[in-house]
Design a protein around this ligand. Sequence first.
Ligand SMILES: NC(=O)c1ccc[n+]([C@@H]2O[C@H](COP(=O)([O-])OP(=O)(O)OC[C@H]3O[C@@H](n4cnc5c(N)ncnc54)[C@H](O)[C@@H]3O)[C@@H](O)[C@H]2O)c1
Length: 357
Amino acid sequence: MAIPTIHVGCTHFALGRLQALVNCEGLSPVACVDINLAEAREGVASLEGDVPEGLGERIYTTITAARERHGAEACLIYASTPVHAQLVVESLNLGMHTLCVKPIATTSEEFREIIKTHKAHPDLVLVQGQNKRWNPAASKMREWLRGADGIGEMLGGECRFWIRQNLWRADNSRYPDSYVEGIFFHAATAHQLDQLVAAKGLPKYVTARIHQREDREIAQTGVWGTAGAQALLEYPNGAPFCYTGTNASHANPFGWSGHWTFLGEDGDIRRDAGHLQLFRKGECVEECQLQDLHPGLVEDDRLQFDAFAAAISTGKDRKWLQESTLGTWILMEACIASARSSTRVDVESMSAELMDV
Ligand SMILES: NC(=O)c1ccc[n+]([C@@H]2O[C@H](COP(=O)([O-])OP(=O)(O)OC[C@H]3O[C@@H](n4cnc5c(N)ncnc54)[C@H](O)[C@@H]3O)[C@@H](O)[C@H]2O)c1
């Protein structure tokens, strides 16, 4: 039976996630939450497919009000970034399995508060939503990185990502991605490096730097750490991984998935978005063109929500899902710490410190 679920956020990007919730099998929406009731009602009325009857009459302004009236067991949080942490804490304290879109928190203090709350409710599944690891192309890359028929031990790799993202809203305000300091790592880099963490876990060290680009046309007003960044990750076996990313540049054919290269003991991978090649001894031994990010990302989130539901109801991949998505948050925070201090940061120590609350 589908898990009764509260959905927070019913407009803009969040509305597409509500559609993904309607489309998925493992979770079922029983109530919605949004501080903007009028627009939320319009959003719910526009949903397609198997929408539960009367959902439009079950929209509340707080998670607590929704939970009091409906026996939900899970909560999906897609409200604006600055309120994520407080909503995650509220949801966990109400006894619900919680998935909150990245970034789950915008400061270390917020993250610690979340971990502290989660430790008081260890049976609840807590996931930082990362929708770009689920499509078939990303899954294939992970299989080649982890599986017996892949590249074996990773010796090194790189990811390059660039797009041109307009962060002005229609009303001339800016998305938080353009004014929260250091957010480029959590908002953009996380999309790519989450796929690495999902496959190879956390690196031991990171050294990161930011690009200070200004371009008012796309809301890059010079706020520290919002335009782009580079990072060198060092894995426990010594393998280096290089990342270069910007959302303040030009459009490119590889979009949010970027271009990847991995070198391993038994083979190498090349990926350009949905195009993947596996090489051994100079020969391309496997090549495929797979579905990469789906338009609107609704299908990507449907896959994610079904994985979250399986982790709750059967325990499938629960540890991996929880640890790797929260691990991505820690890695992004380590990137910010490194870029701010111009030092190499020990990710293992930072992780231990953030989780020890
Ligand atoms: N993973 C991805 O691919 C991806 C892509 C785009 C956006 N996002 C993230 O998704 C989130 C939602 O994006 P958006 O553009 O829809 O944001 P938004 O700012 O438009 O907020 C979505 C909704 O949340 C509501 N809201 C704000 N504060 C609230 C609160 N305290 N309680 C309940 N509802 C509240 C707003 O009224 C709005 O209707 C953001 O965190 C954004 O960064 C993720």
